[in-house]
Every structure is written in C-alpha cells, then in structure tokens.
Design a protein around this ligand. Structure first.
Ligand code: GLU
Length: 598
C-alpha cells in the first residue's frame, strides 16, 4: 500500500515539477529536476520534501524506520528488507544521515540510544556522549574578566570539540545486538558519498544562513564549492573524503577513528584551529569509551515510560514532567487549551529547576536520580501548582542530596541540528536514538569529510555561582549535560507501544513529554500528536510556537502571570506507535523526515 502511495506521490510530484519549471526557474525547480533525474534509479530515490509524508502518518505491518531525511530512511529500510535488525538499520541510517544531513549529527559527534530486545524482553541504554579532553578546565569558557564568552565565540573552532562518541557507541551496541556484517552496513553511505546526493531545501537554507562556515577554508569549500556560493537546492554533492573515511572504518573497525590516521587528523585540526584552538589529544581519543547504562523508568498512569539516565537530562526531566502532571486529570483538558498549556508550563518549570540544580555527568556528580523521579516527591512538588496563577520562577526541590550545586547557567539556545531515528524491526525489536554535533554544523571544523562537534558548549560556562560550584561545570574527561531524550513507553503487559525522540536542545524534553501526553491522555494518533503546536517552559518565559494556533492563548496566559514569548520551535520528532494492527510511524513536518516501512 505504501509503495502505491509513493508511486502516486511521485506522479503528483512530476506534475508539480513540470508546472514549476513552466512557471519559474527557481531553485525549487532545480531541486525537482534533480530529483526527477535521481528518481529513475528507484529504489534508491529519495522523496523530495514535497513528496514527504508531511503531517501524515505511515502504516506498516512488519518493520519501519523514521528519520530526518528520506535518503537515510530509505537506506535503513533497505537494511531491514535484507533481514537486518533494528541495530543494523540504525547504523546504516545514521551513516547516511552523516552525509545528507551533515549539519545535525555524525561520527564527529555523539548520542544516546535505547534498544528493546524483544526476545529477551530487555531494554538496554547506551551512552555515546562526548567527553571533555584531559586538558579541559572549568575556566575555559570565561573571558579575562571571568565572564562567560558569547556562545559562538566558544562554539566555532577547536575549543568546544569533545571526544566524539558516536562510533564507539554504535560499535558497542553492534557487538551486543548487531546481526548483518559490520562492513555491509557502511556500503549505502559509502556509495552515496561517492555518487553524490541532492542538497535538500533545509541544508541549502542552513548553509546560506550560516555566518561561520567561511571561518575555515575546508568547510567553506565543501559547502560552497569553487563558485563560493552555497550549494543550491538539488545540487549533487559528493563527499569522497567521507567515503574513504567510512571505507576504512568499515574494513578495519572503529579503532581507525580513535587510534589511526583519522585520530591524528582530528587532533591536528582541533589544536591548530584558528581561531580558537582546542585541547584534544591523541590519548583523549584513544581512551574514549561508550557506556552501557541502566535505563531510567517510571510509571505514568497505567504505563511505564523509560528514557536515558544522566549525563543527559532527557530521561529524568521528561519523567519528572510526566510525574508532575499525573495528579491532574489532563484527559479532560483539550490539547490546545489554556489550562493544559498552563499546567504543562508549571510542571516543566519545576522539572527544569531540578535539572539545572542536580543534573550533570553522574561519574563526577552525585545525582539523587531515584529521589528525583520518586512519585511522592513529585506529588508534593505538583501540589505547589496553582490552577489560577503562575508560580513565577520555580526553585529546585530538596531531596536530601549531598549535591549542593548551585543552579547552573541560563537557557541554552536551541539548535537547528541534532537528529532522531526510531526503528522497529521484523522481530519486534525497537530502537530509538538521538545523535548530535550540537549546534548546526557543530564547530564548523571539517576533517576527513565530517564535521566535528561543539558539544562542550553544553557545559555551564560559569563554574561557580555565588561561591557554590555548578554541577555541570567543565571538568577534564567529564561528559557535558545533554537534553537528548530517546524514550520508550510500555503498556501494562510490558510491551513497547511508543518509541520516540527529537532534536531541539533543551526544548527536546518539552516535545517528547507533550507527544507522550498527547498519545496517552488525549488519544491522538502519533502524527497528530507530533503536529500539535508546541509550547515549552524551561523555567523562564513561556515559549509558544510562532505561527501556530497556540499563540491565540497569549493574552490568557499573560493573565495567569506567564511571561510569553513567541518563537519557532523547530522540533524533529520521529516516532513509531506499535499496536495490534502494526506500526504507525510519524515524522515531524517541521523538518524533512519521513517514516518508511513495509
Ligand atoms: N547539544 C544538545 C544536547 O545534547 C542538542 C542540541 C540540539 O538538539 O539542537 O542536548
């Protein structure tokens, strides 16, 4: 059925292209032409953005991939068609994303992954977060007067590059659960890097908008070419350097990256970066380890919700928001109602106050995780929520911890980067993974065909506030606190029913929590849930998604005492709902993703 839909869409697409070409020689027409050319080589052709399942869900019976770019989702589905499992498909999907969505994620960055093994009925969590170099210190993002440097001053160049963790994490999960030969999983990305892919509208837009790519000649060349203009939509972009990098990792394993010639190139690029040389060393790379962690689960009404434990705040804070909402009969409130948004905002503020105070790398800071998601604790906190009045800024709760960390610094800017993949395979295994190079195009440093992250900017720049140390301050070999929140929901028979996650910096947590509430409490379909207008409160102003119906609530929310701001809230939620009739995949219409299955 999906194939018929795809063919029909393709026909419509051709017709639209013809009309567009007739009407204009715009860049859109160029993209259409590019796709038309590419689409002759089915099944490798991607959907163009106007072919995507924008706002519509996909249904499949056997298996499904949902990811931020059609090329990547198609490559992942192909692996599943060949009998690969969810881990195999995730590796291929991610490597293709590295090529076609280079601004968001890749082997120069890190991520977090949850894998549900159906046969053993076990959930596993993997941490591939970047680490700070051994030479990092808590003052590295302060100026001479001791003030935090502006974000882009820290982000661009070598200083904020953490040791990339993605490949070690993929290697670890592959060793534990992979099925097809490692080498085979790299072939689609290698082939596509050699043959080229068509630059999407989103990639073109981000290249055009970015002020920092030109800082580094190699990066400028790759994204602008010899004409020194951003590659237009539909331009066929090849990446022979990435192809050769991936080939050597496919053949010789991940050690190529952490010990071999690639490691040397990474270290040289980071240390010689001008401006902003970094402190990464060969031994930092050689010592990097991905970590198997214990998934963090808590009940939500009749369900069990599981996420990643720290160093990401994604799991704890999502579970806290849900726990804080539980005492309220949210099912009775319409999704976009004033009261629903008010309650959600108040619960979020309480959760984000705890996040800022307690959460950081658990190998460096003593975090009272169990107490923070304890139902009694959350019920007491929820009792401070007033239906008629905003509480203003929330304070962290007291859970008797030894951690006396002061609240860490301010709201972090949300990015246009990061990517989320969700996969269910034929055997019923489920995988949900968020990966990132932090800011769009990361540090802007490109080496061996991929971009290096700027993930160390996720540390608090100020190590002390009012004489008290901040939990998330920079320390050597520490992992910066993340917001990434790959999440799964289980029913009372312990069957996975939703797997999801999103990019979006700290607002990831709001997107994930609201989508869960929308499906479980408001009984919306997964795609309808993703399409809902967003709102988020990170314990500051209440942010409403610009250009959506939710902005009509502004006057009412002001009356309740909220300070409201309107902003684009650029989520990229990729989710799969699993029920008795099969799999329903959702892809966020705010980005270029698609859900594909058979
Ligand atoms: N660096 C962020 C994190 O780890 C992700 C950035 C984004 O989603 O844009 O939480």
């Amino acid at each position: 059925m999906l194939i018929t839909q795809e063919l029909t869409l393709r026909r419509i697409h051709r017709w639209l292209c013809a009309a567009l070409i007739f009407l204009t020689f715009s860049t859109w027409a160029t993209y259409c032409l590019g796709n038309e050319e590419f689409s002759r080589s089915e099944p490798e052709s991607p959907h163009s953005p106007d072919q995507q399942n924008k706002g519509n869900s996909s249904h499949s019976e056997n298996y499904m991939v949902t990811a931020a770019n059609p090329y990547a989702a198609m490559a992942g589905r192909e692996v599943l068609r060949r009998g690969g499992n969810a881990v195999d498909a995730a590796i291929t999907t991610q490597l293709v994303l590295n090529l076609v969505e280079p601004q968001s994620s890749g082997i120069g960055g890190g991520g977090f992954l949850l894998f549900y093994d159906r046969q053993n009925n076990e959930l596993y969590a993997y941490d591939g977060r970047e680490t700070a170099p051994a030479a990092a210190d808590q003052n590295m993002f302060l100026d001479e007067q001791g003030f935090p440097v502006p974000f882009f001053q820290a982000a661009v160049g070598g200083l904020a590059v953490g040791v990339p963790g993605l490949l070690r994490m993929l290697e670890l999960v592959y060793e534990d659960h992979g099925h097809l030969p490692w080498k085979d999983l790299f072939q689609p990305a290698i082939k596509m890097a050699d043959e080229g892919f068509l630059v999407s509208p989103r990639l073109n837009h981000l290249i055009t908008r970015d002020q920092h790519l030109k800082t580094f000649p190699a990066t400028q060349r790759y994204f602008h070419g010899t004409s020194n203009q951003p590659h237009p939509i539909g331009f066929r972009l090849r990446n022979p350097e990435l192809s050769s990098t991936l080939r050597s990792i496919a053949n010789n394993g991940v050690s190529e990256f952490y010990h071999g010639p690639i490691a040397k190139k990474i270290v040289n690029t980071v240390r010689e970066s001008f401006p902003n040389p970094g402190r990464l060393s060969l031994s930092d790379l050689a010592m990097y380890q991905a970590i198997r962690r214990i998934p963090l689960c808590a009940p939500y009404r009749t369900w069990r919700v599981c996420g990643m434990p720290p160093p990401t705040s994604g799991g704890v804070t999502t579970l806290q928001i849900l726990g804080l909402l539980e005492p309220f009969d949210i099912t009775k409130l319409p999704p976009n109602s004033l009261e629903a948004v008010h309650l959600f905002a108040e619960a979020s503020k309480l959760a984000f106050a705890d996040r800022a105070h307690y959460l950081a790398d658990p190998d460096f800071v003593d975090i009272p995780v169990t107490e923070l998601i304890d139902q009694r604790y959350l019920r007491n906190r929820a009792a401070t929520i007033n239906h008629k009045q905003s509480m203003g800024p929330a304070k962290p709760g007291f859970v008797g911890s030894q951690n006396k960390g002061a609240a860490s610094s301010t709201l972090k800017r949300e990015g246009e980067s990061t990517s989320h993949i969700t996969i269910v395979d034929q055997k019923g295994n489920v995988l949900t993974m968020t990966t990132s190079i932090e800011n769009a195009f990361g540090s802007r440093l490109m080496v061996s065909g991929f971009l290096l992250n700027n993930q160390l900017t996720d540390f608090a720049f100020l190590p002390n506030i009012d004489g008290r140390t901040v939990a998330n301050r920079v320390e050597p070999r520490k992992r910066p606190r993340s917001s990434m929140a790959p999440t799964m929901v289980f029913d009372k028979f312990n069957r996975p029913i939703i797997a999801l996650g999103s990019p979006g910096g700290s607002t990831i947590i709001a997107y994930v929590a609201k989508t869960i509430v929308a499906v479980l409490d408001w009984k919306l379909g997964i795609q309808e849930a993703i399409n809902l207008p967003h709102y988020a409160n990170l314990n500051g102003p209440l942010i409403l998604e610009q250009g959506t119906a939710i902005t009509a609530l502004e006057p009412g929310l002001n009356k309740l005492g909220h300070t409201v701001i309107l902003r684009p809230l650029n989520s990229g939620i990729h989710a799969i709902l699993i029920d008795d009739n099969g799999l329903i995949g959702g892809a966020d219409p705010r980005r270029e993703g698609i859900a594909l299955g058979d």
